[in-house]
Design a protein around this ligand. Sequence first.
Ligand SMILES: [Fe+2]
Length: 300
Amino acid sequence: MKVGNSAGLRELIMNYVATSSAVTRIGSIDADSPPEDLRDTVLSLITHGYAIVKMTSMAQRAVWSALDEISRTLEDMRADFCFPDRTDGFLPKGGEHAKYTDNVDLCDRFCYWHKHRSLHTGHPFVEALAYQNIAKSETELSSFAQRLIDGLWDFFRNDDHVSIRDSSYLQLCLYESSYHEDGRTYLQDRHEDGHLITLIKPTRDGLVIFLNDREVSVHLADDEVIVITGSLLTMLSDGRIPTMYHAVRKPKMELARSSLVYFAIPDLRHSYTTLLGKDRINIAEFADESHRAFGNTPLI
Ligand SMILES: [Fe+2]
């Protein structure tokens, strides 16, 4: 992969920080809130590959309710709302595995794609509080992720419009304590997601990120979400934005854990220009291969 012009990146950062004053929130901002400013978050992603952001009360309600309600969904409801042929709905443990090892992820999943929502009509689960809060969470997180991606593209003064909502998805991971296995250090092995960015809200500790190959535990307050970068963003930035590798560590106690994750994927029907070099590249094949490497169905 070509490495971009570091002098150019330095200059962009100098111009950018000069006017920065940070207020970053996921979710709808009410009239009394200070104006949103994503610049510190954008800079943190560019320089470190991660950022921690706050949710508004509305976003917190949707996200925490979704995480709470999903685990109460009964077995027959889960079986009715299961669409593995499009990586959608309830997907039991075993369907997804680590990208670089054969270890399955020790969790059940629920995937929600905005583009598939019309296919859900008529299923009883659509009436459930869990589904409604998942849909609300997707609205809040997709809107924030889009603003963040627009902010990244603005930073590099790139005029491409990268639209994500109809190609991205939300996933809830339910790590039951009974799924723990002796001999496994991680419930989900070290990997990177292969997308642009990923937003993660876990219910408890366990998420680790690898900063310069050093494992660091992520501890978040109730209203916080971590944003991490994926290799698609690294590729689109001519190698300048780092890819954040991460994993889920098995807790010492047998505790259940869940997380709500938003994977931001660009519209793969278009080609884009790289952020620094401004080279035209087609990323569809790379994105698709990366997504299928986890055991998922194709993106294209
Ligand atoms: Fe991941």
